[in-house]
Design a protein around this ligand. Sequence first.
Ligand code: NAI
Length: 344
Amino acid sequence: MKIAFFDTKPYDKPSFDKFGGEKGVAFKYFETKLNEDTVNLARGYDGVCAFVNDTINDVVIDKLSEMGVKVIALRCAGFNNVDMKHAFGKIHVLRVPAYSPYAVAEHTMALLLTSIRRIHKAYIRTKDFNFSLSNLTGFDLHGKTVGVIGTGRIGRVFIDICRGFGMKVLAYDKFPAKGLDNGDTIRYVELDELFEKSDIISLHCPLTEDTHHIINQTALEKCKKGVVILNTSRGALVDAEALLQGIKSRKVGAACLDVYEEESDLFFEDNSGHIMEDDTLARLISMPNVLVTSHQAFLTEEALENIAETTVNNIVQLFNDGQCPNELCFRGDSAEDCKTGKCF
Ligand code: NAI
């Protein structure tokens, strides 16, 4: 099986070569992202392997299908960048539903601790032998209330970590998990209550029509003064302009962002020699209480191995058995023939 691998980074190759080599899947690595301009590179391949910032819209899907490409193997969990409805009946879409919820949840806590204990400031000071503690006062997490939106795999690991710190948890999920609410230290509440009572809010839900800009001006107005916003999920969950205004008005005490709505042309690349065109991102990054990492939360050795192994297994299963448990499918208007039963 020959797979065209888009948006390749050096850290992708060792694990994909290892698992691909074991299972007879040959990857051709392209540095470019998959989009309308680059889709022709996939000609002659059995499938494409894509990541979070590839643009898999109707045009790309039609072109892939026309060229006889059978499968889009996403090497990530989220699939908001794929027009799933359009893909139905034309091409198989596979994903890696879970690879290491610990990687993302631990990165979220790393950002939170770095931010509120001013580690990013202290690191730079002590590198310059500046041992002053002025303006480095933080606050204890113990006893604080964290609002967790999305209590799936990553959200639940993050809740466990927060409970280890002695924090109280207010949770919100469209589909609450059974047995999580203990009526005391972990409680499911409506969004408004979560906004009103949380000292820290962390986003762990997918990006959908329901969750687009779930943190916007109206939400921020309901929040406590000094609220800390954590987003390691998807950029468009947060209205970045509203967040910036919240920071400027001092309503938001700090923000830690691993994702950004307009990240696709910026994140994962070295833009240090370029003029930053995105004024909102530039202004956010300039703030002393905003930390930005560039979609790094997944990046652990364990996660990279799991991603490669699952992606290769997905491809092999689909080509050998005609179906794969990690296939995604958006049930169209006439979906009686849906084989996976996992329609969204
Ligand atoms: P999951 O599918 O296990 O959990 C998502 C949870 O969100 C589910 O409990 C679901 O019921 C809930 N949900 C769905 N719609 C909702 C709504 N409208 N309001 C509130 N909750 C809603 O997914 P998992 O593995 O925990 O991943 C969560 C998100 O993390 C992914 O969607 C992805 O966007 C992001 N992610 C980010 C990474 C990074 O490197 N920064 C890496 C991996 C995932």
